[in-house]
Design a binder for this molecule. Structure first.
Ligand code: MN
Ligand code: MN
Length: 397
């Protein structure tokens, strides 16, 4: 950025360092003398100076986990982005959680299905289905899990702790509003607990007085030691999936791994793509014909422009730790504007992943029709490709 944006000549800031100004290179705009948040402006160069093609009304489509409330507990923390934080995001809600070694997200259940991506570290999961079939498994970095709505489960960090992203198939979900085992015990008379479990009421003298949510515990031993044999066996379809072990679709600018109910059968309500965009590349212009897209940026920085029809387009800067959102069928692309590789998740409330590539659509349409519609030369038509290339490189100038 250099010092080219200093504005002393304009009577603006005299503070040293690069101060960006809302002035486009065509001269539009003017200096911002403040009050302003320069650190945020530095993070949002394409919102401070949007491309000329941005226009019209589109709601906010981005929210940073750094702008949310941190729920701190002994044993770990959580924070969430729901429809309360990002009102457009009605289909899915996200929770970012970290557990210290041995830390437990307690035994609980909820009305929504839970899809998750392990960002780092490892954890042990447990669950039981309605037929008494159980599931106990360890997950590591890049692994997914899916707990169908209503099924009880728990998450415990192994040695080294862990951090993960949870996605729920309802934007109004809150992880602070689930059904927890400790909560139910605390709100059940002791004589009822006594009758239910066939032990004296005094056995429950030391139960937690309220919902535990997250607690500290010892790091569990090897998986074999935690085996519980159910007379009904284990769940018929695994609740976990090794996404990073899946061979990616490689293209010139990066890679894509698609996961939905076709290769992770239990995941009936959530589909996703893990996208890698290398520096100087972009997730191509496309849209999704099935549902809204909920995004989580795992690394890097870039910008996304969303096209909403009837002259509407808006650009958002995105970076690691952000959630982005694209309404159903709205056109969009994501550019890596940084120096490191950008990884992000596209998540959908759907049983399948589906996208429409602008390029492929045009390539599979009569060329004269496309040419006459767009007034473009044969050069453009000749460069179209009939196969999808989800992540493309910019051509050399
Ligand atoms: Mn849960
Ligand atoms: Mn997309």
């Amino acid at each position: 950025m250099g010092n080219s944006n200093r504005t002393q000549d304009d009577g603006g800031y005299a503070t040293p360092g690069p101060i960006p100004q809302p002035i486009r290179n065509d001269g539009a705009g003017g200096p911002d003398y403040g009050p302003r948040d320069v650190l945020r402006d530095l993070e949002n160069p394409d919102m401070l100076v949007p491309p000329k093609t941005d226009a019209g009304l589109l709601p906010n489509l981005r929210m940073s986990f750094s702008d949310t409330h941190m729920q701190l507990n002994h044993g770990g923390w959580s924070r969430e982005i729901t429809v309360r934080d990002l009102p457009i995001a009605t289909t899915l809600a996200g929770v970012n959680m970290s557990l210290r070694p041995g830390g437990v997200r307690e035994l609980h259940w909820h009305q929504q299905a839970e899809w998750a991506y392990m960002i780092g570290g490892a954890a042990r999961l447990t669950s039981v289905d309605a037929s008494g079939r159980n599931f106990i498994a360890d997950v590591g970095q890049g692994d997914l899990w899916y707990f169908p709505a209503g099924l009880p489960h728990s998450i415990q960090a192994l040695a080294g702790g862990c951090e993960f992203l949870l996605v729920f198939d309802d934007g109004s979900f809150s992880d602070l509003n689930t059904l927890s085992i400790s909560d139910w015990f605390a709100h059940t008379p002791k004589d009822v607990l006594s009758a239910n479990f066939g032990v004296p009421a005094r056995s429950f003298d030391t139960i937690p007085a309220e919902q535990v949510y997250i607690f500290e515990d010892r790091v569990p031993g090897p998986l074999e030691q935690d085996r519980v044999v159910s007379p009904y066996g284990t769940v018929p379809s695994s609740f976990t999936h090794r996404l990073l072990a899946q061979p990616p679709l490689e293209t010139s600018g990066g890679s894509v791994r698609i996961v939905d109910s076709s290769n992770f059968p239990v995941s009936k309500t959530v589909a996703a793509a893990l996208v890698e965009i290398r520096p100087g590349a972009m997730r191509e212009m496309h849209w999704h014909p099935n549902n809204d897209e909920w995004q989580y940026y795992l690394s890097g920085e870039g910008r996304m422009t969303v096209f909403g029809g009837n002259g509407k387009a808006r650009t958002f800067n995105v970076r690691a730790g952000d959630v982005g959102y694209v309404p159903f069928a709205f056109g969009h692309y994501v550019q890596n504007t940084g120096k490191e590789t950008m990884w992000f998740l596209e998540v959908f409330r759907s049983d399948r992943f589906a996208d429409i590539s602008l390029n492929q659509w045009m390539a599979l349409t009569p060329r004269e029709l496309v040419k006459d519609n767009l007034h473009v030369s044969s050069e453009v038509i000749d460069a179209l490709h009939k196969e999808k290339r989800p992540v493309v490189k910019y051509p050399k100038k």
